[in-house]
Design a binder for this molecule. Structure first.
Ligand code: SF4
Length: 207
């Protein structure tokens, strides 16, 4: 498939294309398709994680395990109910297939720059077709799409910026393997981010 000239025109077609995609495998990367994502074209919020883990890949559901539990605990503080969010909002990731374990065996492999580049065209198309008002990038890989790499998380979490008419409100990686969100001094920054999410949520979906 020529990704640059033959992109699907509807979200349903894009989903079919992403599920069938094996580009990273064809380039020799050890990934485990199919692509994992969820949500309708009518979503107003979009979360972007790093890549699915093994339980997400098996269940074909984003943020399915521990990282999802923590994420939805944070979103619950913003008044957002998990089932409703999952059913009405859009959830995706920088790369959409499970990348497998690190060779050291400790944790999942971080997708390479090349895999991120291969999958980027799908993410751009998801954003274009869903047209969300608020994007929540979760974790460094997703945050790097919107913020300079040299900026540390402490300068980013708890802030928002508007890009191309959409609010970007970053959150740290919510997995148990990440220590950042576990540090007491960072909790205040996460609370600020949750408050920003709550403000936009209540404006878009008035209580
Ligand atoms: S990670 Fe993305 S580009 Fe790579 S095979 Fe999966 S859907 Fe295709």
């Amino acid at each position: 498939m020529d990704q640059t000239t033959n992109l699907p025109a509807t979200l349903i077609e894009l989903h079919q294309t992403m599920k069938a995609c094996r580009l990273c495998l064809q380039e020799g990367y050890e990934i485990y398709p199919p692509a994992v994502f969820s949500g309708p074209a009518s979503a107003r919020f979009m979360t972007i994680g790093q890549a699915p883990g093994i339980t997400e890949q098996q269940a074909e559901r984003p943020f399915n395990a521990g990282s999802g539990k923590r994420l939805f605990n944070w979103l619950a503080q913003a008044g957002i109910e998990e089932d409703w969010f999952r059913g009405t909002q859009y959830m995706t990731s920088v790369t959409k297939c499970y990348p497998g374990r690190q060779t050291s065996g400790s944790g999942d492999r971080v997708p390479s720059r090349r895999e991120q580049a291969l999958c980027r065209v799908f993410l751009d198309q998801e954003i274009e077709l869903v047209n969300p008002l608020v994007i929540i990038p979760i974790g460094r890989l997703a945050i790097n799409l919107f913020y300079p790499r040299k900026k540390v998380l402490r300068e980013i979490i708890g802030t928002q910026q508007k890009i191309a008419g959409r609010w970007i409100i970053p959150l740290p990686h919510s997995s148990g393997a990440s220590r950042w969100h576990q540090l007491k001094e960072n909790r205040l920054l996460i609370d600020r981010a949750i408050s920003l999410i709550r403000e936009h949520w209540n404006e878009i979906f008035p209580p």
